[in-house]
Design a protein around this ligand. Sequence first.
Ligand code: FES
Length: 275
Amino acid sequence: MATYTTPETKEARTPVIENPRKDAYWLAPTTTIVVLVVFIIYATIRAFMGRYFATYNEGENFPWLAPMRLQPHYWSPFYSPYIPVHLRIGAWPISAALYVMILPLAFRLSCYFCRRVYYRAFFQDPGACAVRELFKHRHYTGETRWPTKIFNLHRYTFYIAVILVGFHWWHLYNAFFYTEAGQVHVGAGLGTLIFLIDTLALTLYTFSCHAFRHLIGGAVNWFSKAGWRYKTWRWVSWLNEYHGQFFWISLVTVMCADLYVYLVASGVFLDPRFF
Ligand code: FES
């Protein structure tokens, strides 16, 4: 005679495995927390500092007063593009970085890869695949409600990021010039190399974005008839596989580029020149 088990009986017989993973799955989220916290602390200090964000060429005044002249040799990416608005809260001047940092921040915080990273690291939601969530949801709603719904704006922050990449290339261009004895020379120093690496890293991070991949290859019904869009989509898809790596590399390089400008601008050391 057939026997039937009720759902309750089944549940009682099923051992509850709290955490089936025995490997060091916690290592990645923990490293993430350390790196992001270091970056956030560093960026906050630098944003509020409001100075040492450019190394000026000899004899030059503030560049925005003479826009047709050579721009400062090195310009911190944290203060780019520079917005010459000088507001105050009481006696406290508001640093120029605070006006612009919101733009790359919006792009990064809404990045699909970055969301996965901080959901895992900070919210343990979940900490890794096959790991129980720290906070149980009564209903899974994904990112269909506020405040996470705002992440839908990521596709628009991509356009802002493209403009920021343009400014990065402009600062890299300026890093190949310096002024000596009133003459403009072409040259390169250690800072030029750091700017080159940072600019390439940010460019790769931006153009491997999922939103860009969709922009190029989305809404195409026949790839065989899409011509350049199909070819570009294949390139972007290849780049997109490394999007996570580009995210981390560009996060570190942008910090290094700013730190380098700070050290040179504050007189800690002189920029070693290659030629
Ligand atoms: Fe990461 Fe767009 S998905 S930047």
